[in-house]
Structure formats: C-alpha cells, structure tokens
Design a protein around this ligand. Structure first.
Ligand code: FE
Length: 204
C-alpha cells in the first residue's frame, strides 16, 4: 500500500473541484437552466453507463485475447495505452475461481476515471473506505455477492500514484459472443470488485 496519496495537494485539488462543481450546479438550478433531477440523471449516466465503457472494452479484449490479457496483468498502464487509454498508472488484478479482488481507496477516492468514469458515491464514503479493508466479505455480502469461504479475498488500496482495476471472470455461456457483446456484460461494479460480470441473456 502506498502512503503517498496522503499528499495534501491531491486532496485539496479534489475538494476544490468538487466545490466548484457544486457551486456551478446551484447556479444552474437557481437560473432555471437545469434541475437537480436532471443533474442526478446525468451523473448516474456517467457513473453507470458512459463512464465505465472504456474499462469494459479493456476487459472484453482481455477475455478474447490471451496475449493482451497477459500484457494487461503484467503492465496495466502500457496495455491500456495500446487501446488508446492513458493518463493513469494502472494495475489490473484478475479474479479467478479461487481469488476475488476488491478495490478501495482508503484515503480518499482514487479511481481510474478514464476507464470507469465518475466514482460512485459509496466508493468515496467513509464506511466503504474503512470496512472494505477490515471486513471485505461482509461488504461484498451487502452488495449481494456471496463468496464461498474457500475463495481468497484480496483488497487493493488505490492511490494517486497507482490505481487498481479488477479483471472480472468471463461468465459461463459466453463462448459465442463478440467482443462488443462481451463488453456489454461488464459493469462498473464488476471492475471495482463488488460484483461479478453479468451473465448473458438466457443464462443464469
Ligand atoms: Fe485517493
């Protein structure tokens, strides 16, 4: 775990950006240019749909191309660069039938935004940041993910120097799917590690 993201500069910049965003939001609402509902909808779209698409494409490529997957696990930063994504030092950790990985930033909200979009509110919350480390299995259960006791849970602490992304397991029954169809099964939550990739339609 890196202690370097305790660096005050990083926190100050994040707070500054979030204050500016809130000020702008209040102004737009006050002037009748938008509503808080609309803002919530746009934010949720970026959190759930648009934002995580890049990460989903990276995962789908790793599922169909074993050589890319090997490069991705060896050097995440260089491998996502091949697909045109950059600006972040990235480590990718692979879920397997015996290992489940979970990502947190214990200090603030370090997150590979270029791949996953905006971090969800819970990711930045104090309970998630502390409990993910202390009792990851209980946290995963609350997300609806029951893991067998035989599965090892590994927790990774993202920092401003190195951010983590989970490579979820490829779901069963997806042998015939195209890379694009596979990418559609990759949720944001599965790349943080609080969920598995979705099963294809018709497979449970
Ligand atoms: Fe952080």
């Amino acid at each position: 775990m890196s202690g370097n993201h305790a660096n005050g500069h990083h926190l100050e910049e994040e707070e500054h950006a979030s204050l500016r965003a809130r000020a702008l939001e209040s102004l737009l609402i006050e002037k009748g240019l938008t509503s808080s509902d609309m803002v919530d909808r746009v934010i949720s779209m970026y959190e759930q749909d648009i934002g995580p698409r890049n990460g989903a494409k990276v995962v789908a490529r790793a599922w169909v191309d074993p050589a890319f997957k090997a490069r991705l696990l060896a050097d995440g930063t260089a491998a996502i660069g091949e697909l045109g994504y950059g600006g972040v030092l990235l480590a990718v950790v692979e879920n397997t039938p015996t290992i489940h990985n979970l990502v947190v930033c214990t200090l603030c909200s370090c997150y590979p935004s270029g791949l996953l979009g905006l971090p969800p509110v819970w990711y930045k919350s104090f309970p998630y940041r502390s409990r993910a480390v202390i009792e990851p299995r209980a946290v995963l259960q609350e997300f609806g993910l029951e893991l067998d006791d035989s599965i090892e849970v590994r927790v990774w602490d993202s920092s401003s120097e190195l951010r983590y992304m989970v490579l979820p397991e490829r779901p069963a029954g997806t042998e015939g799917l195209s890379e694009d169809e596979l990418a559609d099964l990759v949720s944001r939550d599965s790349m943080i590690g609080v969920a598995k990739a979705n099963a294809p339609a018709g497979v449970s």
